[in-house]
Design a protein around this ligand. Structure first.
Ligand code: MGD
Ligand code: MGD
Ligand code: SF4
Ligand code: MO
Length: 768
């Protein structure tokens, strides 16, 4: 018995929480948001630092909010503050006064730490020292930076092939750090650069590249203020992109209509009170959505087809009056095949499929007909399905029919998650780099980069699980908890010889580790980064392709922290042979030099150092924005996509895993989901009242959830049932608690994005 290693919890610990349920809210923000923001800031930070720090968030001379990727206005910033409740929570979490020191690690074994919740782990504070978990050891111990770098270099050099190493990136990494990180991986010899985007907007990237020739959205913030109609599909902006609500509010003031498509009535999509306009606190909230289409999970294609079917019938009667025929003729391909397929659809059954009355769909279609400029926004409710790529292709079809892309006030708007996830991809964090990009790297740095593709997130998990990858390095993130199939991913990481995490906060990925493990703590967004005796700034790209500076002003959480670029350089110097064309010390000494190199490699960054210093930064080139579709044919493409099928068994439900109002991905800010009326716990499953009655369940019951795929049963225990306004046969749980149920192979076709919004699940009462 003595030799049995202590048990490590890969899943958040299972406990029966004292959950309280209240009615869901029908409006977001307002005074309660200000109160919540203040509570988090005051509780976490030194009081004297709160105001000076918050005065720098999203300001021209300040730092980019570490929350989501929603853009700031181009030319002005509000003196009252350019942040929302959840931005404040993100900053409080990062600028906390609490610390995770070597003394903390001395107190607990890794197994003991893994018995605590993610909430507890995160709330311990900022990591202060590089830490080593030596082979066979139970506790992390301090290690010097140089020893840590030597260890990594030595292990990387000992691999049989560079493809046995994985270099993961989360989306908070700056452009400068991301560029150096991909350069390190490629100079070392691998394209194994999976990132959080693989689990996020990869489906958008794939679909948009194929259809309109650029894997990014086409709209600017200003387009919201001159559009006629906005769709918000599969997105919960009140929680995840709160400042988007002010853009929607202004759009409405300017006459736009808004249609929301979502299985849940999300508070932020219903009503909004601008938290920074005191006059708004006393008045009624702005109604955001004019038409709420509460469809079942993954019925978006059915809905879009139904709407387009109505358009087609009207176009048949009034040729050239409904569709933008001139645009279609000049700019698109695939129209005839698309129309032939649309004609075959059955309107009645499409409406029935998406649970809507025919007249409601016709109303939506009439608004589409009347609108000359349409914007469609979407996020994870669209991308995280087996048919995620098809979902977006169908969205593009609708825009193309109306010629609603490539002109002001119209276009595609995939709303990005992490604050620099889009920039990281622009910098080359991608497992499938273009040859021309690699050619430029080879020439500029005199290196020999690999030309075969690397692995994405799902493939990386499998490589490690099957023993074909031995070293896992993460630039931020929480790979274990963010990934699907938690127990399988845990085995994958535990199979590695070495796991390395560059992190700001303690998380479960540090505890479910390789044979040897390192935690390398880094400087965060809000903090000063002094190199070569000078305060440096970094740059980031927001969801609308604006690149701008970010400069923190706080003292770093510990004198022992290094910046992400410095950590990458440290690893590079012990791993790579000396190379006069790649002087890591010089690059780290002055980030302007990193930007000079980026300019040589990444298109659209001419005069980077000069342009990034302009107020508000600069826009990257975007063909689709101007109607230039850089596909192979030079045209935008209509696509024929099938209706998704799920074939639920009688006792199965379709589960979506969503975010509560009190989390940023795997970072748990608190235990409440205020807008949905769920307090003091996260192990909940939202179910339709009729389904509950049919299953013989009632609110407050505790159930186990299980998924059954390919002969394998995966179980997530102990969830409290909540009777909720959700379509029948659909259920919702929070991520990451339910990730254990998502099979690693359940993923979107073409993008490999885990289908964590449509998992077939059974619900069973727990035995007492
Ligand atoms: N505060 C906070 N902000 C965040 C994050 C966070 O965790 N917390 N995460 C960041 C990241 S990385 C990302 S990617 C974004 C995520 O932002 P969102 O995509 O808004 O996040 P989710 O909670 O996953 O919500 C998905 C929404 O889609 C709906 N939905 C689910 N399935 C379907 C479907 O089949 N069809 C339709 N039409 N709707 C569906 C759900 O009801 C929910 O409202 O937010 C970013 N911002
Ligand atoms: N079931 C399910 N799974 C999902 C999703 C879902 O909707 N459902 N969403 C997916 C999505 S959209 C995403 S983007 C992924 C997120 O996946 P990740 O990006 O891997 O996860 P995060 O929780 O955002 O990472 C949090 C950790 O990042 C570290 N960190 C924070 N700031 C910094 C920094 O400035 N530098 C460094 N180096 N580290 C930092 C902290 O240590 C923190 O613990 O999860 C995916 N997983
Ligand atoms: S909307 Fe996003 S980027 Fe803006 S302040 Fe809120 S969390 Fe930060
Ligand atoms: Mo994301």
């Amino acid at each position: 018995m003595e030799n049995t290693p202590p048990k490590i919890n890969a899943q958040p610990p299972i406990e029966q929480e004292k959950i309280q349920v209240k009615p869901a809210l029908k409006q977001a923000a307002g005074m309660p948001a200000v109160r919540e923001a203040t509570k988090h800031l005051m509780r976490e930070m030194e009081v004297s630092k709160v105001v000076p720090t918050m005065n720098k968030v999203n300001q021209m001379d300040g730092f980019d909010c570490p929350g989501c990727a929603w853009p700031d206005p181009d030319d002005h910033r509000s003196a009252l503050g350019e942040y929302c409740e959840n931005g404040a929570k993100a900053i409080a979490e990062e600028a906390t006064k609490k610390r995770v020191t070597p003394e903390f690690f001395e107190k607990y074994t890794v197994s003991e730490l893994s018995q605590y919740t993610d909430y507890w782990l995160g709330k311990r504070g900022r990591l202060t020292h590089p830490m080593l978990l030596a082979k066979g050891s139970q506790k992390y111990e301090p290690i010097s930076w140089q020893d840590a770098f030597e260890l990594i270099g030595q292990q990387l050099k000992s691999l049989k092939s560079p493809d046995e190493a994985i270099f993961y990136t989360s989306g908070r990494t700056s452009n400068e750090a991301a560029f150096l990180y991909q350069l390190l991986a490629r100079a070392y010899g691998t394209n194994n650069l999976p990132d959080c985007s693989n689990m996020c907007h990869e489906s958008s990237g794939v679909a948009l590249s194929e259809t309109v020739g650029i894997g990014k959205g086409s709209v600017k913030l200003a387009d919201f203020y001159q559009t006629d109609l906005i769709f918000v599909i599969g997105q919960n902006p009140g929680t995840n992109h709160p400042r988007m609500l002010s853009a929607l509010q202004t759009a409405k003031e300017n006459g736009a209509k808004i249609i929301s498509v979502n299985p849940l009535q999300e508070a932020g999509l219903m009503g909004f009170k601008h938290p920074q306009k005191v006059s708004n606190w006393l008045t009624r909230p702005t109604t955001i959505t004019d038409l709420y289409l509460q469809i079942p999970i993954n019925k978006d294609i059915a809905l879009l087809k139904a709407i387009m079917f109505v358009l087609l019938k009207r176009e048949d009667k009034l040729p050239g009056k409904i569709f933008d025929k001139a645009f279609i003729q000049e700019n698109t391909a695939g129209y005839t095949a698309f129309i032939d397929d649309l004609r075959q659809q059955n309107f009645k059954s499409l409406c029935a499929d998406c649970g809507l009355e025919e007249k409601t769909v016709i109303k939506a279609a009439l608004w589409v007909m009347e609108a000359e400029k349409i914007i469609i926004c979407w996020a994870m409710g669209i991308t995280q399905h087996k048919n995620g790529v098809d979902n977006i292709k169908e969205i593009v079809n609708l825009l193309l029919l109306k010629g609603s892309i490539g002109k002001p006030g119209a276009g595609t708007c995939p709303v990005r998650g992490h604050s620099n996830v889009q920039g990281d991809r622009t910098m080359g964090i991608w497992e499938k780099p273009k040859k021309s990009f690699l050619d430029r790297l080879a020439k500029t740095f005199n290196i020999d980069p690999p030309y075969h593709h690397g692995v994405n997130t799902v493939e990386a998990i499998k490589r490690m699980a099957e023993g074909h990858a031995k070293i896992f390095i993460a630039m931020g993130g929480n790979f274990l908890s963010a990934s699907p199939d938690t127990e399988y991913t845990a085995k994958a990481l535990q199979n590695c010889d070495l796991t390395v995490h560059v992190s700001t906060k303690l998380n479960r990925s540090h505890l479910v580790h390789g044979k040897t493990a390192l935690i390398l703590p880094c400087i965060a967004r809000s903090e000063k980064d002094v190199q070569g005796g000078k305060e440096q700034f970094v740059s980031v790209e927001n969801s609308m392709g604006v690149v701008h500076t970010s400069q923190g002003h706080l003292e770093p959480a510990s004198v022992h922290l290094l910046s992400e670029p410095a950590i990458i350089a440290g690893i590079a110097k012990t791993t790579l042979a000396p190379n006069p064309a790649l002087d890591w010390d010089a690059l780290i000494n002055d980030y302007d030099l990193i930007r000079d190199q980026i300019e040589k490699i990444v298109l659209g960054f001419e005069d980077y150092n000069e342009r990034v210093r302009q107020k508000g930064g600069f826009y990257l080139p975007n063909g689709a924005r101007y109607g230039h579709f850089k596909t192979r044919s030079g045209k935008a493409h209509f696509s024929v996509v099938p209706l998704p099928q799920h074939d639920l068994a009688a006792d199965e439900y379709l589960m979506m895993t969503i975010r509560s109002h009190d989390q940023f991905n795997t970072t748990i800010y608190g235990l409440d989901d205020r807008y949905r009326g769920i307090f003091n716990g996260r192990r909940v499953v939202l179910m339709n009242a009729v389904d509950l009655a049919e299953a013989g369940l009632k609110e407050g019951d505790w159930v186990n959830l299980s998924s059954h795929y390919d002969g394998k049963v995966r179980v997530a225990e102990c969830f409290m049932v909540i009777s909720y306004n959700i379509p029948s046969k659909c259920i919702a749980t929070y991520f990451p608690e339910a990730n254990v149920l998502v099979p690693v192979d359940l993923k979107a076709k073409k993008s490999d994005t885990p289908a964590s919004k449509s998992v077939k699940v059974k619900v069973e009462l727990m035995s007492a």
